[in-house]
Design a protein around this ligand. Sequence first.
Ligand SMILES: CC(C)(COP(=O)(O)OP(=O)(O)OC[C@H]1O[C@@H](n2cnc3c(N)ncnc32)[C@H](O)[C@@H]1OP(=O)(O)O)[C@@H](O)C(=O)NCCC(=O)NCCS
Length: 429
Amino acid sequence: MKKDTVTVVDNASGRQIELPVKHPTQGPSVVDIGSFYRELGYFTYDPGFLSTASCQSSITYIDGEQGILQYRGYPIEQLATQSSFLEVTYLMLNGELPNPTQLDEFSGIINHHSMLNESLKSFFRGFYHDAHPMAIMVGVVGSLSAFYNDSTDITDPHHREVAAHRMIAKMPSIAAASFKHTIGEPQVYPGLSYTGNLLKMMFSVPCEEYHVDPVAERALDLIFILHIDHEQNASTSTVRLAGSSQANPFACIASGIAALWGPAHGGANEAVLNMLGEIGDVKNIPEYLARAKDKNDPFRLMGFGHRVYKNYDPRARIIREMCHEVLAKLGDNNDPMFELALRLEEIALNDDYFIKRKLYPNVDFYSGLIYRALGIPGNMFTVMFAIARTVGWVAQWMEMIGEENQRIGRPRQLYVGAGQRDYVPIDKR
Ligand SMILES: CC(C)(COP(=O)(O)OP(=O)(O)OC[C@H]1O[C@@H](n2cnc3c(N)ncnc32)[C@H](O)[C@@H]1OP(=O)(O)O)[C@@H](O)C(=O)NCCC(=O)NCCS
């Protein structure tokens, strides 16, 4: 009879154990190794978590081989083309799409929480003028727990909900204030739609009228939908790990922002533009392609490849279209960076090295170009990502805290350091 178990045999001792298999609604089944150490005395070793599911979740589903991404079961393609950022945000937090009244109410709540406590503003003044906006984000978002401690009791579902709404609502205001600080302009108060509001807070000044460009607003809304969640990536896993110690939600999201910052994760979109700047000219592309292929050269083509998508990033397909539309409507025709990027895209897509390894341009390649066309500077790219991903972090954190048997995350290790040895007094060394 077919059994729903996997048997592991320890060839050293001859002992064997039977491990239960758990089945998901979609995707590969998992082997429950909870009894592995107790039964066999071994830990399992999986650096980078290439084969390990760290939790159970019903938020986002990815099939990297097929290039599938779904939020709460809905294909990303449908949400990206037919929905709005706040509608998808509601879906992520509540599990179902809102009806018109629910969406209206939810938009009102988010708008209500979008202002920052006036005292929080003095935090921005404490940062040096050339501080990286991500450095400001990590600090200021962490400090929210000092301002909104009436919503940090994680055992109270109402506190959790208010904290979630506050973080999602305040991220654009904090991001725009970080940007305004670095360019020495006054902060602008919120209003308008979620993404229109962000554009206004970033680009308007008190002495001039400002109109949000609908193409820019829609492009930003689309990018934000695509970036909302990506199941257990590095920053989301960081948020879950921090949250598993029962740290307050503002501190957990700050830890997610820190993890997102690196160029192998959310920093990639900024790295794409830096790389294009380094390549400098279409004529230099072959030289840089050769470097990317050279195992002895640490140079990699930023914005190409993905840990999970080994076929094609479905978000890249959607955003690619928007990128071409935005460049045609808002792109500076004299900006050599755009020509360089599109040429690099074309050459790499037809290059054997990249085809064989299934290295396609990822979502960060195109989002960086769109941000540039919208006039958003490179050091703000990862901040944009952080605003959108806050929804995913918050949804994942809420899911985890709501679990019945939630335990602190505590991975094991394969120790390879010195064996036990005796202390030698300093005069004998
Ligand atoms: C995203 C990334 C970290 C995924 O890494 P990974 O899943 O560990 O993939 P690997 O490092 O195992 O790469 C597989 C092969 O492709 C090559 N490769 C992967 N990404 C590459 C890139 N961007 N440029 C050149 N070669 C690349 C590797 O050298 C390796 O070649 P090999 O099989 O000959 O040794 C990696 O592709 C990368 O660094 N990309 C650039 C940064 C980026 O855009 N990050 C944003 C992700 S959304």
